[in-house]
Design a protein around this ligand. Structure first.
Ligand SMILES: [Zn+2]
Ligand SMILES: [Zn+2]
Length: 142
């Protein structure tokens, strides 16, 4: 390999990682801006409006990476994995009618994780405490 081709290789790698980080930022920004709790498919639909050529696989890959980097939170419910761009500890309420998940501000619950952790032999990866209710939209419709 010549010095020149090594240089080119370096350039390609840089370009590639630049493109990757641009895609990653786009995915993260879209999630944060949506202020919603979306699964990969739903987020993909939103990202695709800005970048039509992006693939679902790219969104999945980047979401996994963002999760590993601690830049997104994950919420598991009924086998469905949702992503949340809001990182500080907070709780969620799920509408039992339309499946819409919303942040719920609850006083006095902020140290729940600290109370639970020593009593269990589980390592807590994320707080999965979800409240259930009927959202204002569905409440009006019912
Ligand atoms: Zn609803
Ligand atoms: Zn949230």
């Amino acid at each position: 390999m010549t010095a020149e081709s090594i240089l080119n290789l370096g350039e390609i790698t840089t370009q590639n990682s630049y493109r990757c980080s641009k895609q990653r930022n786009l995915i993260l920004d879209t999630l944060v801006e949506s202020k919603k709790h979306l699964n990969a498919q739903e987020l993909y639909e939103l990202v695709r409006k800005k970048r039509p050529k992006i693939s679902l696989g790219t969104v999945y890959r980047n979401l996994n990476l963002l999760q590993k980097l601690g830049l997104v939170n994950t919420i598991y419910h009924h086998g469905k994995k949702r992503y949340d761009g809001r990182l500080e500890t907070h709780y969620h309420i799920l509408c039992v009618n339309c499946d819409e998940m919303t942040d719920l501000e609850v006083d006095g619950l902020s140290d729940l994780g600290i109370q639970v952790d020593p009593k269990t032999r589980f390592r807590i990866l994320e707080n999965g405490l979800i409240f259930f209710g009927i959202c204002p939209t569905c409440h009006i419709e019912l």
